[in-house]
Structure formats: C-alpha cells, structure tokens
Design a protein around this ligand. Structure first.
Ligand SMILES: C[S@@+](CC[C@H](N)C(=O)[O-])C[C@H]1O[C@@H](n2cnc3c(N)ncnc32)[C@H](O)[C@@H]1O
Length: 372
C-alpha cells in the first residue's frame, strides 16, 4: 500500500511531517490496489509559529501544581509541546470511508472505545495512533460530506457518557463548532436534536460543520438556535431526555498559545467569572431536562473552579439532581487515557500524558430525579 505521495517513512515529529506534506503539496491515501482514495490538502503552516505564552504558563504553574500535585509536571510537558499532540480520527457514518479504515490501520492507527465501554455504539468508529501528528483536515465543499472529523479523543468521553439512544430528545446547549453534535449523531438517531450556540460567528461555523458531515434531510430536522444557554431551560422546561453542557471554559491548550500576551493576561482576571456562567448554563440545562433524564457537563480545562466546584455547587443547590458514578468508564479506558487521581469527587478529569496526549477534559454525569 502507498501511504502517501512523499514516501512511506513515518515522520519523526509533527513539524517534519508538515514539511514533508508541504513539499509533496498534498497527502494521498491509497487503497491496497493503488487507487487514490482521496486527496487532501496539507495542514496550514501557521502551526509552526506557535509559542507558549509565558504569563499563562506562570499562571498555570501556580494553580495546577497546587491542584494536580506531582502530576502537573508531566501534563505541563505535553501541553507545552505541540509536536507531541495527537489527533484522533472520527469516521463519518454518513459517508462511510471503507478504504480509509485499512489505510489508517496500515499507518498504525487502531480503534478506541469499541469493546471496552459499557455503552459504545458500533456505529461510532474512532481511530487513534500512539504517535504524534494528524491527518490533514478535509476542505468543506458544498454537496460533499466529509469522511472524517479530527478531534481530541477525550472529547468523545462526554458524548459516550450521555448514552444516547435512537429516538431520544437531546439538547447540545453550547454546540459550536459542532464536534460533539457530529459525534452524537454517529452514536444514534435521535428523535429530536437541538443544537444551541450563543455566538453569532460560531453559530455559522456550527451550521457549516453540520452541513459538512450530515445529509441534508437530517440537517433539516435539527433545530439550531442562537440563544443564551441560560434561557433555554425556561423556554423549554422538562423537554429533553439527554442534555450536553460542553461549557465555555478557560480552554487551557489554546490559551497557553495565545499570540497576544496582553489579552492572555486579561483573561486571567476574566477567568474568575467563568464559573458563574457555567453554573447558570447548568441550572438552565437541569430545567430543560425531563425527570429521569441524564445530563453531561464537560470542559477542556484542568481548573477545579470550573469543574468540580461547579458540579458540587449544583449538587448542593438542587435536591432533585444526583451524580452518576462514571469511574467504570475511567477504568475501562485507562489503557488509552490518563486520569487525574481523584478522591471522593464525582467526575473524571483526563490529563494529557506522554503517548496519551488527550485532554484536558473534565466529564461529570448527573441525573434528574422524579422527586423535587
Ligand atoms: C467548549 S465550546 C463548545 C464546543 C462544542 N461542544 C464542540 O464540541 O464542538 C463552548 C461554546 O459555548 C459557547 N457559549 C458561550 N457562552 C454561551 C452561552 N451563554 N450560551 C450558549 N453558548 C455559549 C461558546 O461560544 C462556545 O462556542
């Protein structure tokens, strides 16, 4: 099999891989017969210019060495080294790329989650590789569905924790750019999917993602709204079987590489207001959930204030909400993901680790009981 047009040698790191891709102009996947499966454009060169923002790193050092203890040193190494970052490949069941699976296996990728989790639908296929690097992104072309979505594999944990079944009503409260909405639709055929996003530009991005991956008749059945998520609960009380709150958060990876040090420093103080917004979104999500329904809260930050403290606050203020134990999920995924050591807390925190550079991703699962 011909793995790419520039030869079959594996790249030593992401940077050399980019150079090879640029030299070859495109990356070609070939099926065993040699027939070209798809032609993909190389990743943009702006990735080469990434620099760690010192003021953010200092802030993280102070906060996370206290919150994560000894684990922070290894997490820090991965977060500050984009050449170690891994990208998983989520296949699109609506434009199923048969030959791509074989090509991925030949490049050292393997499936994740299948057979390990209590609830992992066969229709959801995700591949990952132990080595760093990423497949090139596919371009959006009107009328052509994309074959795969590149993501941090830990992003699938909140989706899988939701245990979506065919016919259920599901709300994705903070949906843009749409990665988790796409993943939800790989798992099941919901009876009703409502994707909400507050930010106007990101809403456009969300719609483009849906159109890129989901057949038009299905897209037409998805409700997309641009509301403040904190209002959705009052507007649609006790409506949904499942609600995903993938909350706006500090987003540690991208913040660490902020190109503007002044803006990055401003965010340190703005960061303190995020838990208030996150609580507001969670309260609204609980209202929107029907009794007996399940809610998953997730963030991509390591910050305790935006994770565990938010969940504890909700549990302390809502007698009709209980935490669902998902430690089994961590146990069955421990081969592929590293988790922060937790005490009595509910929720899981995926921490980036060498060769398992997934996360940060915090996941907590809640159930709304029948009695108030
Ligand atoms: C972590 S991102 C969501 C990522 C998305 N779930 C995905 O997997 O692609 C959080 C999103 O929440 C949006 N957001 C911020 N404030 C919001 C609010 N008050 N209501 C709803 N969405 C909000 C942000 O614009 C951002 O797009």
């Amino acid at each position: 099999m011909r793995a790419d047009s520039g030869g079959t040698r594996k790249p030593r790191c992401f940077v050399s891989w980019i150079f090879r891709c640029r030299a070859a102009w495109s990356w070609r996947l070939a099926c065993p017969s040699g027939m070209v499966l798809t032609r993909l454009t190389a990743a943009p060169e702006r990735r080469l210019a990434r620099r760690v923002c010192g003021v953010v790193l200092d802030h993280f050092d102070a906060q996370y060495s206290s919150e994560l203890g000894d684990a922070w040193a290894a997490v820090r190494d991965v977060l500050t080294s984009p050449c170690c970052w891994q990208y998983a490949v989520l296949l699109n069941r609506f434009n199923y790329p048969f030959n791509l699976e074989e090509a991925l296996r030949l490049r050292g990728y393997r499936t994740v989650f299948q057979g390990s989790l209590p609830h992992c639908p066969k229709s959801m296929k995700c591949y990952l590789s132990a080595t760093a690097g990423r497949m090139p992104s596919e371009r959006h072309q009107v009328g052509n569905l994309k074959k795969y979505y590149l993501l941090n594999a830990a992003s699938l944990l909140p989706v899988l924790a939701l245990e979506l079944r065919d016919g259920e009503k599901v709300l994705d409260l903070c949906a843009a750019p749409g990665g988790k909405s796409i993943a939800l639709l790989q798992c099941a055929d919901p009876g009703y999917l409502h994707c909400n996003e507050y930010d106007h530009l990101r809403l456009k991005w969300l719609m483009q993602t849906l159109e890129s991956f989901i057949p038009q008749p299905l897209v037409n059945g998805i409700k997309v709204s641009q509301s403040d998520g904190r209002d959705v609960g009052d507007a649609q009380p006790e409506t949904f079987d499942k609600v995903l709150v993938d909350a706006p958060c500090s987003n540690d990876r991208s913040w660490l590489f902020s190109p503007d040090a002044q803006k990055a420093a401003c965010r340190i103080s703005q960061r303190r207001s995020l838990p208030v917004l996150q609580r507001g979104l969670l309260w609204s999500a609980i209202k929107a959930l029907r009794p007996g329904g399940l809610l998953v809260y997730s963030t991509c930050t390591l910050s305790r204030a935006e994770n565990q403290d938010v969940i504890n606050d909700v549990l302390n203020t809502h007698s009709n909400v209980i935490a669902v134990d998902i430690t089994e999920m961590a146990r069955t995924c421990s081969q592929d993901f590293s988790f922060a050591p937790t005490g009595q807390e509910c929720g899981l925190l995926v921490i980036p680790d060498k060769g398992r550079a997934w996360g940060p991703m915090y996941v907590a699962k809640l159930k709304k009981s029948w009695t108030a």
